[in-house]
Design a protein around this ligand. Structure first.
Ligand code: ATP
Ligand code: MG
Length: 228
């Protein structure tokens, strides 16, 4: 079998809280391979976002091992984490997380500002990413001038602009009506069909069924891992 994109072994995360410790992940072992489309499901507080933040190098484990494309990233510095995240991972949030004072195209350009080596044709690349999500005609709009579904498309363009191998999405349809949510899911599915590994958190059984594999968390542990 080829090397997994993501490998967790004995992954633990605890948060110190007012003299106590919250154990958000309590020993997670999982491999996710290139090209997979995985849904992370489970009750509120089961550790889904925690797992996604760590997978996305927004946070690090308290204990255990995380390998990203075969590289041990468990104990690297914050700066290295940010650098690897920027090159390898696109992140999509429930609340879009666009900068409100920046236009759509400026939001899409943001990840390229941190890219080393610098990207010369950044405006063209941002426009290309907007085109790929059907938002080229809204490039100059501010986020407040866009619908929720359009904002999420811009956020997806931003996630794509550095051409990551891996997209992580935490409840990407959670703030959208069901029809718009389906459109966003179709877009994410087409990215996966083009070869991008896709991992998304969802409470929605319909979205879960669209995935090829469902990992269910409970109390910070994997309760079930089912493949279609
Ligand atoms: N920054 C933090 N500080 C302290 N505790 C935290 C922090 N983030 C998460 N937790 C705790 O860790 C546990 C897992 O939280 P997490 O956000 O991963 O759950 P979730 O499965 O994403 O839930 P939801 O479906 O509600 O989004 C919860 O008990 C939560 O209170
Ligand atoms: Mg969550």
């Amino acid at each position: 079998m080829d090397l997994p994109v993501i490998r967790f072994r004995g992954a633990r995360k605890s948060y110190p809280m007012a003299g106590e410790t919250v154990q958000a992940l309590r020993g997670v072992d999982v491999d996710i391979h290139a090209g997979e489309f995985v849904a992370i499901m489970g009750p509120s507080g089961s550790g889904k976002s925690t797992l996604m933040h760590i997978a996305g190098l927004l946070d690090s484990l308290s204990d255990g091992r995380y390998e990203l494309e075969g590289e041990d990233v468990s104990a690297i510095s914050r700066r290295n984490r940010a650098d690897i995240r920027n090159r390898k991972i696109g992140f999509i949030f429930q609340s879009f997380n666009l900068l409100s004072r920046c236009s759509a195209v400026e939001n899409v350009e943001l990840p390229m500002l941190y890219h080393r080596p610098a990207i010369a044709d950044w405006r063209e690349r941002a426009m290309q990413a907007l085109r790929s999500v059907g938002m080229e005609s809204r490039a100059a709009h501010l986020p407040t001038q866009l619908s929720g579904g359009q904002q999420q498309r811009v956020a997806i363009a931003r996630a794509l602009v550095n051409r990551p191998a891996l997209i992580l999405a935490d409840e990407p349809t959670g703030n959208l009506d069901s029809r718009t949510g389906r459109e966003i899911m179709d877009l994410l599915k087409s990215l996966n069909a083009d070869g991008i590994t896709l991992i998304l958190v969802t409470h929605d059984p319909e979205v879960g069924q669209a995935a090829h594999r469902r990992i269910r968390l409970r109390d910070g542990m994997i309760e079930a891992d089912e493949v279609n």
